[in-house]
Design a protein around this ligand. Structure first.
Ligand code: HQG
Length: 201
């Protein structure tokens, strides 16, 4: 899907902003989705060796170094990446589609409501089938309407669904929260969405 490669909201009009944005997209691609395209291996928790990442990028014709990686990590608007304490490894904190990655997220009790931003053109299907993770491993939910609207905007005219998260949790659904605050759930059944009956456009 179009949102598979993630952007970066820095000042992309400046050369430095553009470099950071391009590198962020590249890191999202290899650390979430297609590590094998540069011969990189992610472990089950999503970690990649930074030296191997730099080498793999070089072989693919992309010059990146530790400083640039660190800058992207520090300035990522959504805090997409983390570097390990020993400084040797990096991972994307959520959003994976790579099949061998299954990050152990802390299970948490969600707030009463969470929000999912999507495009109006997906609504018919979503209200029929519920929210599905698609190519990713989880459905992503936000704590506020503003963030969810920005997420939905990536695919067209945004619409935000209000999810009765606490009620779902009480019914046995497991909720997780990634380090960057994004809430994750395996899916949201259509009944939950219809009963909440709350749309923000
Ligand atoms: C939609 C960004 C039809 C779903 C964001 C979404 C997020 C359905 C799209 C993160 C459906 C999947 C994830 C159904 C779900 N029928 N469409 N039954 N169920 N959909 O990109 O949540 O910038 O995989 O509504 O901030 O948009 O990458 O998920 O529109 O946290 O760091 O299918 O990506 O972060 O799209 O975004 P995505 P998402 P980054």
């Amino acid at each position: 899907m179009g949102g598979k490669v993630s952007g970066f909201n820095a000042l992309i009009t400046t050369p430095v902003g553009k470099l950071l944005n391009d590198t962020s997209k590249f890191l999202s691609y290899v650390l979430r989705h297609e590590p094998q395209t540069i011969g990189l291996i992610l472990d089950g928790e999503g970690w990649a060796d930074i030296a191997a990442l730099i080498e793999g990028a070089k072989r693919a014709g992309k010059t990146i170094d530790r400083d640039l990686i660190q800058q992207v990590v520090n300035t990522s608007d959504k805090k997409r990446f983390t570097i390990s304490e020993d400084g040797l490894r990096i991972r994307a904190v959520q959003g994976h589609s790579a099949k061998n990655v299954a990050i152990t997220y802390p299970e948490k009790v969600p707030p009463e409501f969470l929000y999912h931003g999507t495009a109006t053109r997906f609504l018919g299907s979503i209200l029929k089938e519920g929210l599905r993770p698609g190519e990713r491993q989880h459905v992503h939910l936000s704590e506020d309407v503003k963030t969810a609207t920005a997420v939905g905007q990536r695919y067209g005219k945004p619409v935000v669904l209000k999810i009765e998260a606490l009620r779902m949790h009480q019914q046995g659904f497991k909720f997780f929260q990634a380090e960057n605050g994004v809430w994750l759930v395996c899916g949201v059944p259509a009944e939950q969405l219809r009963s909440a009956n709350q749309l923000f456009t």
